[in-house]
Design a protein around this ligand. Structure first.
Ligand SMILES: C[S@@+](CC[C@H](N)C(=O)[O-])C[C@H]1O[C@@H](n2cnc3c(N)ncnc32)[C@H](O)[C@@H]1O
Length: 251
């Protein structure tokens, strides 16, 4: 019998397995709101005609495409660990007018295949929750950002309002694995609510971002706190050996 996926495990087999139906399930399970949240995240970026943006954990490339459309001249690298997801991104994006501005790269957020200070902005949508060593990924995002570069994180978490928490318990615990099981993989769609529960609350995640060398931190919550949009900038402190800096500013 297959073992259930647990938060903190290697999620590559999971995303390879659900890639084919990923976009469809996103649409069905969020009622199309996922597109709105991604657009909000991209709206946080201050792009110029020469900006270079890394969309980490790009999946099927929706954020990369939205960034490439947002400003002529921008270049976007969409990076993901899953070849199945990247293949779908390629199939979906290659006929879009914005395609020449996009590059797709297989890689790991915890060991990015890019030099220091290469990007003006890093985005990650619904991805950081799935990374095994979050602090390592944040350190990598900081390393590849220019000083003052923007980090935008969109992520699902535990709803804070009591009503949304009740709705989420029914939806996440019962309905979601069943719909996921019908159209894709029940285990994968059991993992989704479990990983949302395992993700730190916004105050703790903001503290992780500050410890990871980001400043001017901001957070917006949607859907009673079930969706969080985090924005920060790479600080200019020297980082010590443990990857911890002493951030300026507060959140
Ligand atoms: C829920 S999907 C989100 C995809 C896309 N960003 C979106 O908005 O729909 C999470 C993605 O994170 C990727 N991922 C998880 N851990 C990763 C890692 N360490 N490095 C690169 N990609 C990772 C998975 O392969 C998957 O495509």
């Amino acid at each position: 019998m297959p073992q259930p996926f647990l938060p903190g495990q290697d999620t590559r087999p999971l995303f390879d397995a659900i890639a084919r139906r990923y976009d469809l399930l996103n649409l069905l399970l969020s009622g199309g709101l996922d597109r709105y949240w991604r657009a909000k995240a991209v709206g946080e970026l201050e792009l110029t005609t020469s900006s270079r943006v890394l969309d980490a954990a790009t999946g099927t490339g929706d954020v990369a495409l939205t960034v490439a459309r947002a400003m002529p001249g921008v270049t976007v690298v969409g990076l993901d660990q899953s070849m199945a997801m990247l293949h779908l991104a390629y199939t979906k994006l290659r006929r879009r007018p914005a395609w020449p501005a996009i590059q797709l790269v297989q890689g790991d957020c915890e060991a990015l295949p890019f030099g220091e200070g290469m990007f003006d902005a890093v985005t990650i949508a619904f991805g950081i929750r799935n990374v095994q060593r979050r602090a390592a990924a944040l350190a990598e995002f900081r390393r590849v950002l220019k000083p003052g570069g923007q980090l935008v994180v969109l992520e699902l978490g535990q709803p804070r309002s009591a009503l949304m928490a009740r709705i989420f318990r029914c939806y996440g615990g019962w309905l979601l694995p069943r719909i996921g099981g019908l159209l894709s993989s029940r285990d994968a769609y059991r993992y989704l609510p479990a990983s949302m529960q395992a993700f730190p609350d916004p105050v703790l995640f903001l503290a992780e971002l500050a410890a990871g060398g980001f400043e001017k931190l901001e957070h917006q919550a949607f859907m009673g706190g079930m969706v969080g949009l985090f924005h920060g900038r790479r600080n200019s402190c020297a980082m010590n050996g443990s990857g911890q800096g002493s951030p300026r500013g507060s959140f």
